[in-house]
Ligand binder design. Sequence first.
Ligand code: ADA
Length: 564
Amino acid sequence: MARRFREHDLRGVTDLRGMWDFAFLGEVEPDDVDVSAIRFNDVMAVPGCFDATPAYAGKRGLAAYRTRVLLPKGGRQWLVLDGVHHWCRVCADRRAIGDHAGGFTRFPMDFEARAGEVEIVVLVDNRFNYERCPLHVGYFDWYQYGGIARGAELHSPQDPFIESLSVATSDWSSREITLTVRCRASAQRRGLPLTATFGDAVVVDEPVDVAAGVCEFERSFRVPGAPLWSPDAPNLHLLHLRLGDDDVRERVGIRQVWTEGRKILLNGEPVRLLGVNRHESHPQFGHGLPDSVLLWDAQLIRDLGGNFVRGSHYPQDGRWLDLCDELGLMVWCESTGWQHGAEHLNDSRFMQAQLTNVEEMVAVAQTHPSVIMYGVLNEGRSGDPACRRGYETLLSRLRQLDPTRPLTYASCWLEEDVCFDLVDLIAMNDYPGWYHHTVSEIPAVLDEDAATVDGKGFAGKPLMVSEIGAEALWGWRDWNAERWSEQHQAAVVDAGCKHVLFERDRWCGIAIWQFCDVRSSEEVGRALSRARGFNNKGIVDEYRRPKMAYDVVRRHFRAARGKS
Ligand code: ADA
């Protein structure tokens, strides 16, 4: 992905973004495709979603993308795709080099090639096929676009090759940072120079021995006095790591997050999460948002006085996380999911796909200081004892992969929920004033929800409202202020924010459902309950035009943050 800082000085990286050759193949099975016989008769933007363009709007089927790259050096190549929706087969010089299932995550594919031109073809399938891609099921309440939606790069790796670099603040007060480097070498190497600079300071400089295959090592260092990262002062530092002939640069924010009693602490100070749920979706770009739209979104959340965004309901684009790092937005990053039940959580294909999704999510998210917690399975049936094992598996894998961040999941099963003990922060989704009850009853319903959680023995844990909101059609203003009007939505978010932020101190935060309107699933059942086929609970519409609720949220968030 193209980042705001140069990621490599030594490693050759070709950015593959731009126009690719394209062919929509439709109802064809990938196994039946002869890659050399594809007639590429169109072009498509990468990153982008083909089914969000006028020519292919709403189409599901197999599509083929092709580009050519000039390799200065032969040998092992590393193709890195940041998100392909939602199943793909990658071919280099007409040979399949691998399949990948699941959109929204970065995955590498390596292959051998000679110096000179290499042809990359990616077969992309946006159909729902549970066998092939159990992560994406058609009933979700968002439109699942197809295409190479995020960045694409070709890395010509050095040997040894730095496969990943994790950076974590191990102690914010002494400014201690721990690096975990994972590298791959074709043969054992002794006394390889390892150096790391943090800003201008050399913090690691030593010879290391590297074994053949994959090896991992950890180093810690301190940078006394270095400014910390927080939403009010999102200080970032550049770290440059070199191992032999390979290198990687990463941006570091020094900060630690943990929960204590009912609070969530950032560098020892309690923080209140003021934010929105945000889908990465736009009618013109699908899931492949251009930088300018990402910037719009971040600017608007900051304008609201927000300091928090829940990445609903899938892993986030590294470019968005870069922006959140830089502009001081705290992020909840969650695995892909929507209202899964025991039939999925007890299915090994689904669970394996979830585990891969969680691993790929952490690989991208973990270097970002903005990511303050991880979540799994939005509104899964955490109230069903038959689902508990699935929650345990995913949450314990997350803890193992990254023990530095609190864990959560959004629950809509408060009374029945059997998984609250597994998380650090309890998150409740409820829609009083929309699916049930009146606006004036919202405070009482929220109090009852909190009392339910507390009554189950979790009064000592942090609790947040992870979803609350109502639908409003942009521009539909009506004296009756009924459901679907901007007035009604404004009244719902007004009552919710007022109660959670100013009338009680039980909740450590609130995330409005949702930031912007998004296209919903094309399934008939969903379409009939979603005017225009969109989930219209955005406080801005899909083109980011504000509704009345926007100003209401802005007033409350700014007051809560002590701003005018
Ligand atoms: C759920 C879900 C959201 C959205 C919302 C709604 O709680 O988590 O994705 O579907 O409800 O608008 O009903």
